[in-house]
Structure formats: C-alpha cells, structure tokens
Design a protein. Structure first.
Length: 132
C-alpha cells in the first residue's frame, strides 16, 4: 500500500488529465524528432516509454534517447523497471510512438520542451492546494 503524508493529494496514473497530457506528448512527438535530428552535444533527449509488466499491466520508464525518428525512439533505460521481465536498467530499448508516454528535451540551461505529464500533475496539485 502506498504511504502518503497527511494532506498529500493522490492522482491516479489513469487520471483522464494525465492520459490527455500523454496523448498530447505523442501529438508533439514530431517536435521531439525534429529537435533530435538537429541535436547538439549540450542537449539530452529522454522518452518515457510504456513497458509491459509480468502481470500484463504497464509501467512507464524513462530512457535516454540516442537514436530516433518520427515513429520510434531508441535509448537506454535509466532505471530498473518495476515488475518487468526481460528489461533491466542500462538495457537498450526501441519503442514505437504508441509506446511513448512523454518526452523531454533538455539543454544545459534546463528544460527546453516536453515533460507534459509531470507538468500536468503539478498543475493539478497546485489547483488542489489553492484556497477556495
């Protein structure tokens, strides 16, 4: 069972607002692909991809993109996927666009684009904590 601090707001991963943010990330994937094609060594490209768990559910894991196009992304998993067989931290994965949940383009100055799910989660939490 998930442990929360008193007053902490829970947002389910299948919240329609988060799913809409993920869908928006996929519609904006051509922007990610275009920036990736012109990338510099000062930029990092990461994609959150949905992997299938042993129980046939899904888990979202971030991978550092090193090759990509308009319909897929390849990269190395940043963390050990929970409940996933066949994939481990450091493994190379290639995922089609329909498995991409979110993406981030980051430069030395910070976030340049993307991170739609976290931004939506923050927006929901800020709205929930506002008085009135």
């Amino acid at each position: 069972k998930l442990q929360r601090r008193p007053g902490q707001i829970e947002i389910d991963d299948d919240d329609p607002r988060l799913l809409a943010a993920s869908n928006y990330a996929r519609t904006r994937f051509p922007d990610f692909a275009a920036a990736f094609a012109k990338r510099s060594s000062a930029e990092t490209f990461t994609a959150a991809v949905n992997l299938t768990t042993a129980s046939k559910g899904t888990t979202m894991e971030w991978s550092v993109g090193d090759t990509g196009g308009r319909t897929s992304i390849s990269g190395v998993l940043k963390d050990e996927p929970a409940g996933v067989t066949g994939h481990h931290k450091g493994d190379r994965v290639t995922m089609p666009l329909d498995k991409v949940a979110d993406w981030i383009v980051q430069s030395l100055g910070g976030l340049r684009d993307g991170n739609f799910i976290a931004n939506k989660r923050d927006e929901i939490l800020l709205g929930a904590s506002s008085p009135g």
